[in-house]
Write a protein that binds this ligand. Structure first.
Ligand code: ADP
Ligand code: MG
Length: 389
Protein backbone atom coordinates (compact mmCIF):
# COMPACT_ATOMS: atom_id res chain seq x y z
CA UNK A 1 0.00 0.00 0.00
CA UNK A 2 1.42 3.40 -1.03
CA UNK A 3 0.60 6.36 1.17
CA UNK A 4 -0.54 9.64 -0.36
CA UNK A 5 -0.39 11.65 2.79
CA UNK A 6 -0.33 15.10 1.28
CA UNK A 7 -3.79 14.46 -0.12
CA UNK A 8 -5.31 12.98 3.01
CA UNK A 9 -6.93 15.07 5.79
CA UNK A 10 -6.83 14.29 9.50
CA UNK A 11 -10.26 12.55 9.48
CA UNK A 12 -9.13 10.33 6.58
CA UNK A 13 -5.86 9.48 8.29
CA UNK A 14 -7.31 8.98 11.76
CA UNK A 15 -10.92 7.81 11.41
CA UNK A 16 -13.03 6.85 14.42
CA UNK A 17 -14.73 4.22 12.29
CA UNK A 18 -13.14 1.47 10.21
CA UNK A 19 -9.53 2.24 9.18
CA UNK A 20 -8.51 1.07 5.72
CA UNK A 21 -6.19 2.34 2.97
CA UNK A 22 -4.01 5.27 4.06
CA UNK A 23 -5.45 5.08 7.57
CA UNK A 24 -4.48 1.46 8.08
CA UNK A 25 -1.32 1.10 10.12
CA UNK A 26 0.83 -1.97 9.61
CA UNK A 27 -0.74 -5.31 10.61
CA UNK A 28 1.38 -6.78 7.80
CA UNK A 29 1.72 -10.23 9.38
CA UNK A 30 -1.96 -10.40 10.30
CA UNK A 31 -3.00 -9.24 6.82
CA UNK A 32 -0.82 -11.92 5.22
CA UNK A 33 -2.17 -14.64 7.48
CA UNK A 34 -5.81 -13.74 6.93
CA UNK A 35 -5.28 -13.47 3.18
CA UNK A 36 -3.59 -16.85 3.10
CA UNK A 37 -6.45 -18.45 5.05
CA UNK A 38 -9.08 -17.00 2.74
CA UNK A 39 -7.36 -18.05 -0.47
CA UNK A 40 -6.53 -21.51 0.89
CA UNK A 41 -10.16 -22.08 1.89
CA UNK A 42 -9.28 -22.21 5.59
CA UNK A 43 -11.71 -20.68 8.03
CA UNK A 44 -10.57 -18.19 10.66
CA UNK A 45 -11.78 -17.19 14.06
CA UNK A 46 -10.38 -13.83 14.95
CA UNK A 47 -10.38 -12.64 18.51
CA UNK A 48 -9.43 -9.16 19.63
CA UNK A 49 -10.58 -6.73 22.29
CA UNK A 50 -13.26 -4.17 21.46
CA UNK A 51 -11.96 -1.44 19.13
CA UNK A 52 -8.64 -3.21 18.67
CA UNK A 53 -9.04 -3.24 14.87
CA UNK A 54 -10.73 -6.51 13.87
CA UNK A 55 -13.23 -5.00 11.46
CA UNK A 56 -10.52 -2.74 9.98
CA UNK A 57 -8.17 -5.67 9.42
CA UNK A 58 -10.86 -7.77 7.78
CA UNK A 59 -12.01 -4.92 5.54
CA UNK A 60 -8.46 -4.08 4.54
CA UNK A 61 -7.73 -7.65 3.50
CA UNK A 62 -11.11 -8.39 1.92
CA UNK A 63 -11.15 -5.15 -0.10
CA UNK A 64 -7.69 -5.94 -1.48
CA UNK A 65 -8.85 -9.44 -2.46
CA UNK A 66 -12.10 -8.33 -4.09
CA UNK A 67 -10.14 -5.85 -6.21
CA UNK A 68 -7.29 -8.25 -6.85
CA UNK A 69 -6.55 -10.62 -9.70
CA UNK A 70 -8.49 -13.49 -8.16
CA UNK A 71 -11.63 -11.35 -7.83
CA UNK A 72 -12.81 -12.87 -4.59
CA UNK A 73 -16.49 -12.16 -3.85
CA UNK A 74 -17.24 -11.08 -0.29
CA UNK A 75 -20.05 -10.30 2.11
CA UNK A 76 -20.17 -9.47 5.81
CA UNK A 77 -22.80 -9.54 8.52
CA UNK A 78 -22.47 -7.72 11.84
CA UNK A 79 -24.29 -9.77 14.46
CA UNK A 80 -24.57 -6.83 16.84
CA UNK A 81 -27.70 -5.78 14.98
CA UNK A 82 -29.32 -9.24 14.90
CA UNK A 83 -32.02 -9.85 17.51
CA UNK A 84 -33.33 -13.38 16.99
CA UNK A 85 -33.05 -16.55 14.90
CA UNK A 86 -35.56 -15.37 12.26
CA UNK A 87 -33.71 -12.10 11.93
CA UNK A 88 -30.40 -13.95 11.50
CA UNK A 89 -31.88 -16.14 8.76
CA UNK A 90 -33.46 -13.15 7.00
CA UNK A 91 -30.23 -11.13 7.03
CA UNK A 92 -28.28 -14.12 5.85
CA UNK A 93 -30.69 -14.53 2.95
CA UNK A 94 -30.10 -10.90 1.90
CA UNK A 95 -26.35 -11.44 2.23
CA UNK A 96 -26.38 -14.61 0.12
CA UNK A 97 -28.61 -13.00 -2.52
CA UNK A 98 -26.17 -10.09 -2.78
CA UNK A 99 -22.97 -12.09 -2.95
CA UNK A 100 -24.50 -14.58 -5.42
CA UNK A 101 -25.38 -11.75 -7.77
CA UNK A 102 -21.68 -10.68 -7.63
CA UNK A 103 -20.71 -14.08 -9.01
CA UNK A 104 -22.59 -13.61 -12.26
CA UNK A 105 -20.49 -11.83 -14.94
CA UNK A 106 -21.84 -8.32 -15.60
CA UNK A 107 -22.81 -9.00 -19.23
CA UNK A 108 -24.80 -12.12 -18.29
CA UNK A 109 -28.54 -11.42 -18.10
CA UNK A 110 -29.71 -14.67 -16.54
CA UNK A 111 -28.90 -16.64 -13.44
CA UNK A 112 -28.68 -20.13 -14.97
CA UNK A 113 -25.99 -21.46 -12.65
CA UNK A 114 -27.53 -19.78 -9.63
CA UNK A 115 -30.87 -21.44 -10.46
CA UNK A 116 -29.08 -24.77 -10.27
CA UNK A 117 -27.19 -23.94 -7.06
CA UNK A 118 -30.25 -22.67 -5.19
CA UNK A 119 -32.88 -24.99 -6.68
CA UNK A 120 -34.31 -25.74 -3.20
CA UNK A 121 -34.93 -22.04 -2.54
CA UNK A 122 -37.06 -21.22 -5.58
CA UNK A 123 -34.72 -18.53 -6.96
CA UNK A 124 -36.19 -15.59 -8.89
CA UNK A 125 -34.11 -13.30 -11.08
CA UNK A 126 -34.59 -9.77 -12.31
CA UNK A 127 -32.45 -7.54 -14.49
CA UNK A 128 -32.03 -3.97 -13.34
CA UNK A 129 -29.64 -1.07 -13.82
CA UNK A 130 -27.45 -2.49 -11.04
CA UNK A 131 -27.12 -5.84 -12.82
CA UNK A 132 -28.77 -9.10 -11.94
CA UNK A 133 -31.11 -9.20 -8.94
CA UNK A 134 -31.53 -12.47 -7.03
CA UNK A 135 -34.42 -13.38 -4.70
CA UNK A 136 -34.45 -16.55 -2.65
CA UNK A 137 -37.43 -17.98 -0.76
CA UNK A 138 -37.41 -18.14 3.04
CA UNK A 139 -37.48 -21.60 4.60
CA UNK A 140 -40.04 -22.77 7.15
CA UNK A 141 -37.46 -23.05 9.95
CA UNK A 142 -34.58 -20.56 10.34
CA UNK A 143 -31.86 -23.18 10.92
CA UNK A 144 -32.93 -25.10 7.84
CA UNK A 145 -32.81 -21.89 5.82
CA UNK A 146 -29.36 -21.03 7.15
CA UNK A 147 -27.89 -24.36 6.09
CA UNK A 148 -29.57 -24.28 2.66
CA UNK A 149 -28.42 -20.71 1.97
CA UNK A 150 -24.80 -21.40 2.87
CA UNK A 151 -24.64 -24.75 1.06
CA UNK A 152 -26.27 -23.13 -1.98
CA UNK A 153 -23.71 -20.33 -1.90
CA UNK A 154 -20.90 -22.87 -1.89
CA UNK A 155 -22.40 -24.62 -4.92
CA UNK A 156 -22.88 -21.28 -6.70
CA UNK A 157 -19.26 -20.27 -6.05
CA UNK A 158 -18.08 -23.65 -7.36
CA UNK A 159 -20.17 -23.44 -10.52
CA UNK A 160 -18.76 -19.97 -11.23
CA UNK A 161 -15.20 -20.98 -10.33
CA UNK A 162 -14.91 -18.21 -7.75
CA UNK A 163 -13.69 -17.96 -4.15
CA UNK A 164 -16.18 -16.38 -1.75
CA UNK A 165 -15.48 -15.05 1.74
CA UNK A 166 -18.27 -14.67 4.28
CA UNK A 167 -17.57 -12.63 7.42
CA UNK A 168 -19.58 -12.98 10.62
CA UNK A 169 -18.52 -10.03 12.76
CA UNK A 170 -19.24 -9.95 16.52
CA UNK A 171 -20.11 -13.61 16.14
CA UNK A 172 -20.39 -14.18 19.91
CA UNK A 173 -23.78 -12.47 19.63
CA UNK A 174 -25.13 -15.68 18.12
CA UNK A 175 -24.76 -17.11 21.62
CA UNK A 176 -27.00 -14.36 22.99
CA UNK A 177 -29.93 -15.06 20.67
CA UNK A 178 -33.11 -16.25 22.34
CA UNK A 179 -34.25 -18.90 22.97
CA UNK A 180 -30.97 -20.71 23.65
CA UNK A 181 -32.27 -23.77 21.77
CA UNK A 182 -32.41 -21.59 18.64
CA UNK A 183 -28.81 -20.57 19.21
CA UNK A 184 -27.60 -24.18 19.34
CA UNK A 185 -29.52 -25.15 16.23
CA UNK A 186 -28.21 -22.12 14.32
CA UNK A 187 -24.68 -22.97 15.41
CA UNK A 188 -25.34 -26.50 14.21
CA UNK A 189 -26.60 -25.23 10.86
CA UNK A 190 -23.58 -22.96 10.40
CA UNK A 191 -21.25 -25.79 11.35
CA UNK A 192 -22.96 -28.15 8.93
CA UNK A 193 -22.38 -25.70 6.08
CA UNK A 194 -18.87 -24.64 7.15
CA UNK A 195 -17.71 -28.26 7.32
CA UNK A 196 -18.86 -28.88 3.78
CA UNK A 197 -17.63 -25.60 2.30
CA UNK A 198 -15.15 -25.94 -0.54
CA UNK A 199 -15.40 -22.58 -2.24
CA UNK A 200 -16.47 -20.36 0.65
CA UNK A 201 -13.97 -19.26 3.33
CA UNK A 202 -15.50 -18.11 6.62
CA UNK A 203 -14.23 -15.53 9.07
CA UNK A 204 -15.77 -15.44 12.54
CA UNK A 205 -14.68 -12.34 14.44
CA UNK A 206 -15.54 -11.23 17.92
CA UNK A 207 -14.55 -9.50 21.10
CA UNK A 208 -15.96 -11.50 23.97
CA UNK A 209 -13.27 -14.03 24.51
CA UNK A 210 -15.06 -16.33 26.92
CA UNK A 211 -18.14 -16.60 24.72
CA UNK A 212 -16.09 -17.19 21.58
CA UNK A 213 -13.79 -19.65 23.29
CA UNK A 214 -16.88 -21.51 24.51
CA UNK A 215 -18.14 -21.68 20.91
CA UNK A 216 -14.89 -22.65 19.23
CA UNK A 217 -12.94 -24.51 21.89
CA UNK A 218 -15.64 -26.48 23.72
CA UNK A 219 -15.82 -30.02 22.38
CA UNK A 220 -19.53 -30.17 23.10
CA UNK A 221 -20.29 -27.20 20.83
CA UNK A 222 -20.86 -27.63 17.09
CA UNK A 223 -18.16 -25.18 16.00
CA UNK A 224 -15.38 -26.89 17.90
CA UNK A 225 -12.07 -27.02 16.04
CA UNK A 226 -13.33 -25.91 12.70
CA UNK A 227 -11.19 -22.85 12.30
CA UNK A 228 -7.71 -21.43 12.54
CA UNK A 229 -7.47 -19.07 15.45
CA UNK A 230 -5.99 -15.59 15.19
CA UNK A 231 -5.57 -13.21 18.11
CA UNK A 232 -5.33 -9.52 17.35
CA UNK A 233 -3.08 -7.67 19.77
CA UNK A 234 -1.93 -4.09 19.75
CA UNK A 235 0.00 -2.53 16.89
CA UNK A 236 3.73 -2.47 17.75
CA UNK A 237 5.27 0.74 19.13
CA UNK A 238 7.88 0.96 16.35
CA UNK A 239 5.27 0.47 13.61
CA UNK A 240 3.01 3.07 15.15
CA UNK A 241 5.85 5.58 15.54
CA UNK A 242 6.78 5.10 11.87
CA UNK A 243 3.15 5.59 10.88
CA UNK A 244 2.90 8.85 12.85
CA UNK A 245 6.18 10.09 11.34
CA UNK A 246 4.86 9.39 7.85
CA UNK A 247 1.57 11.02 8.67
CA UNK A 248 3.42 14.15 9.82
CA UNK A 249 4.70 14.69 6.28
CA UNK A 250 1.78 17.12 5.93
CA UNK A 251 3.81 19.64 7.96
CA UNK A 252 7.13 21.13 6.87
CA UNK A 253 8.96 19.46 9.73
CA UNK A 254 8.09 16.04 11.04
CA UNK A 255 6.77 15.19 14.49
CA UNK A 256 9.47 14.79 17.17
CA UNK A 257 10.15 11.43 18.75
CA UNK A 258 9.18 12.91 22.14
CA UNK A 259 5.75 14.01 20.92
CA UNK A 260 5.11 10.73 19.13
CA UNK A 261 6.17 8.74 22.22
CA UNK A 262 3.85 10.84 24.36
CA UNK A 263 0.89 10.17 22.04
CA UNK A 264 1.53 6.43 22.15
CA UNK A 265 2.00 6.44 25.94
CA UNK A 266 -1.14 8.47 26.70
CA UNK A 267 -3.29 6.26 24.48
CA UNK A 268 -1.51 3.03 25.48
CA UNK A 269 -1.42 2.37 21.68
CA UNK A 270 -5.13 1.69 21.75
CA UNK A 271 -5.93 2.32 18.06
CA UNK A 272 -9.27 3.96 18.69
CA UNK A 273 -7.72 6.48 21.10
CA UNK A 274 -4.63 7.02 18.96
CA UNK A 275 -7.04 8.08 16.22
CA UNK A 276 -9.19 10.20 18.52
CA UNK A 277 -6.13 12.06 19.79
CA UNK A 278 -4.33 12.39 16.46
CA UNK A 279 -7.45 13.57 14.63
CA UNK A 280 -7.37 16.59 16.97
CA UNK A 281 -3.62 17.12 16.82
CA UNK A 282 -3.43 16.81 13.04
CA UNK A 283 -5.99 19.55 12.51
CA UNK A 284 -3.42 22.07 13.81
CA UNK A 285 -1.01 24.03 11.63
CA UNK A 286 2.06 22.77 13.48
CA UNK A 287 3.20 19.31 14.50
CA UNK A 288 2.18 18.67 18.12
CA UNK A 289 4.52 19.12 21.09
CA UNK A 290 4.32 16.68 24.01
CA UNK A 291 2.46 19.39 25.96
CA UNK A 292 -0.08 19.82 23.16
CA UNK A 293 -0.65 16.06 23.17
CA UNK A 294 -1.24 16.15 26.94
CA UNK A 295 -3.69 19.04 26.61
CA UNK A 296 -5.72 17.41 23.85
CA UNK A 297 -5.73 14.12 25.76
CA UNK A 298 -7.05 15.83 28.89
CA UNK A 299 -9.99 17.12 26.85
CA UNK A 300 -10.74 13.65 25.46
CA UNK A 301 -10.67 12.21 28.98
CA UNK A 302 -12.97 14.97 30.17
CA UNK A 303 -15.45 14.26 27.39
CA UNK A 304 -15.42 10.49 27.97
CA UNK A 305 -15.49 10.85 31.73
CA UNK A 306 -19.15 10.04 32.13
CA UNK A 307 -18.71 6.73 30.37
CA UNK A 308 -15.64 5.94 32.46
CA UNK A 309 -17.39 6.91 35.70
CA UNK A 310 -20.37 4.75 34.82
CA UNK A 311 -18.12 1.74 34.13
CA UNK A 312 -16.36 2.17 37.45
CA UNK A 313 -19.51 2.76 39.48
CA UNK A 314 -21.13 -0.48 38.45
CA UNK A 315 -18.17 -2.51 39.79
CA UNK A 316 -18.25 -4.06 43.27
CA UNK A 317 -16.08 -2.11 45.70
CA UNK A 318 -13.24 -4.68 45.82
CA UNK A 319 -12.83 -4.59 42.03
CA UNK A 320 -13.09 -0.82 42.01
CA UNK A 321 -10.38 -0.49 44.66
CA UNK A 322 -8.05 -2.84 42.82
CA UNK A 323 -8.63 -1.18 39.46
CA UNK A 324 -7.90 2.24 40.93
CA UNK A 325 -4.73 0.99 42.62
CA UNK A 326 -3.44 -0.60 39.39
CA UNK A 327 -4.23 2.53 37.37
CA UNK A 328 -2.22 4.64 39.81
CA UNK A 329 1.06 2.84 39.11
CA UNK A 330 2.92 4.19 36.07
CA UNK A 331 4.04 1.26 33.92
CA UNK A 332 1.74 -1.24 35.63
CA UNK A 333 1.85 -3.64 38.55
CA UNK A 334 3.78 -6.90 38.58
CA UNK A 335 1.81 -8.73 41.30
CA UNK A 336 -1.62 -7.12 41.76
CA UNK A 337 -2.92 -10.05 43.84
CA UNK A 338 0.03 -10.16 46.25
CA UNK A 339 -0.33 -9.50 49.96
CA UNK A 340 1.97 -6.47 49.70
CA UNK A 341 -0.19 -4.83 47.02
CA UNK A 342 -3.53 -5.72 48.60
CA UNK A 343 -2.77 -4.85 52.24
CA UNK A 344 -2.93 -1.04 51.82
CA UNK A 345 -6.31 -1.56 50.07
CA UNK A 346 -7.50 -3.57 53.08
CA UNK A 347 -8.45 -6.46 50.77
CA UNK A 348 -7.93 -10.08 51.88
CA UNK A 349 -5.88 -12.01 49.28
CA UNK A 350 -8.79 -14.30 48.39
CA UNK A 351 -11.01 -11.30 47.62
CA UNK A 352 -8.15 -9.58 45.78
CA UNK A 353 -7.44 -12.65 43.70
CA UNK A 354 -11.06 -13.02 42.73
CA UNK A 355 -11.32 -9.31 41.89
CA UNK A 356 -8.24 -9.56 39.66
CA UNK A 357 -9.67 -12.58 37.85
CA UNK A 358 -12.98 -10.86 37.17
CA UNK A 359 -11.28 -7.65 36.04
CA UNK A 360 -9.22 -9.65 33.59
CA UNK A 361 -12.16 -11.65 32.32
CA UNK A 362 -14.19 -8.48 31.81
CA UNK A 363 -11.28 -6.97 29.88
CA UNK A 364 -10.56 -4.16 32.32
CA UNK A 365 -6.95 -5.22 32.85
CA UNK A 366 -4.36 -7.11 30.83
CA UNK A 367 -0.86 -8.44 31.35
CA UNK A 368 1.79 -6.74 29.23
CA UNK A 369 4.65 -8.68 27.60
CA UNK A 370 6.93 -7.53 30.46
CA UNK A 371 4.64 -9.25 32.97
CA UNK A 372 3.09 -6.10 34.45
CA UNK A 373 -0.66 -5.61 34.71
CA UNK A 374 -2.20 -2.43 33.26
CA UNK A 375 -5.65 -1.11 32.37
CA UNK A 376 -6.88 -1.82 28.84
CA UNK A 377 -8.70 1.49 28.45
CA UNK A 378 -6.36 4.52 28.56
CA UNK A 379 -9.22 6.93 29.31
CA UNK A 380 -10.10 4.90 32.36
CA UNK A 381 -6.46 5.04 33.48
CA UNK A 382 -6.35 8.83 33.16
CA UNK A 383 -9.77 9.21 34.77
CA UNK A 384 -8.85 7.08 37.81
CA UNK A 385 -5.51 8.86 38.20
CA UNK A 386 -7.37 12.16 38.12
CA UNK A 387 -9.61 10.98 40.99
CA UNK A 388 -6.57 10.08 43.06
CA UNK A 389 -5.12 13.60 42.86
N1 ADP B 1 -4.55 -0.95 11.56
C1 ADP B 1 -5.08 0.18 12.03
N2 ADP B 1 -4.45 1.37 11.81
C2 ADP B 1 -4.97 2.51 12.29
N3 ADP B 1 -6.10 2.61 12.99
C3 ADP B 1 -6.79 1.48 13.22
C4 ADP B 1 -6.31 0.21 12.75
N4 ADP B 1 -7.19 -0.74 13.14
C5 ADP B 1 -8.16 -0.10 13.81
N5 ADP B 1 -7.95 1.23 13.87
C6 ADP B 1 -8.83 2.23 14.53
O1 ADP B 1 -9.24 1.67 15.79
C7 ADP B 1 -10.62 1.86 16.01
C8 ADP B 1 -11.34 0.53 16.14
O2 ADP B 1 -11.26 -0.18 14.90
P1 ADP B 1 -12.26 -1.35 14.50
O3 ADP B 1 -11.72 -2.00 13.29
O4 ADP B 1 -13.66 -0.83 14.46
O5 ADP B 1 -12.09 -2.31 15.77
P2 ADP B 1 -12.95 -3.59 16.22
O6 ADP B 1 -13.65 -4.14 15.03
O7 ADP B 1 -11.92 -4.52 16.78
O8 ADP B 1 -13.88 -3.10 17.29
C9 ADP B 1 -11.11 2.74 14.88
O9 ADP B 1 -10.99 4.07 15.29
C10 ADP B 1 -10.10 2.47 13.76
O10 ADP B 1 -10.01 3.57 12.91
MG1 MG C 1 -15.70 -4.37 14.77
Amino acid sequence: MRYHLKMADAPDLFPLGVATGVAHCNRAAEQAELKRNILAGDHTWLWGRRRMGKTSLIEQVVTALTHGRRKVAAAAMDLLVVHDAEDFAARLRTLVEGVSAQLVPARRKSGGKLAEAFSALNPQFSVGTMGLGVKLAPSARPEQGVAELLLGLDRAAGLHGRRVVVVFDEFQQLGALQPSSAQRSLEGAVRHAVERARHVSYIFAGSQRHLLAAMFEDEARPLYRLCRKMTLGRIGAAEYAAFLRQASACWQRPITAEASDRILALTARHPYYVNALCARLWSAKQPPTPAAAEGAWARIVEEDQRVAAHQVLRLPSSQRALLKAIAAVEGGVRHPASLAFLAPLRLPTSTGNRAKEVLEQEDFIRQECNGCWTLVDPVLTSYLRGLAK
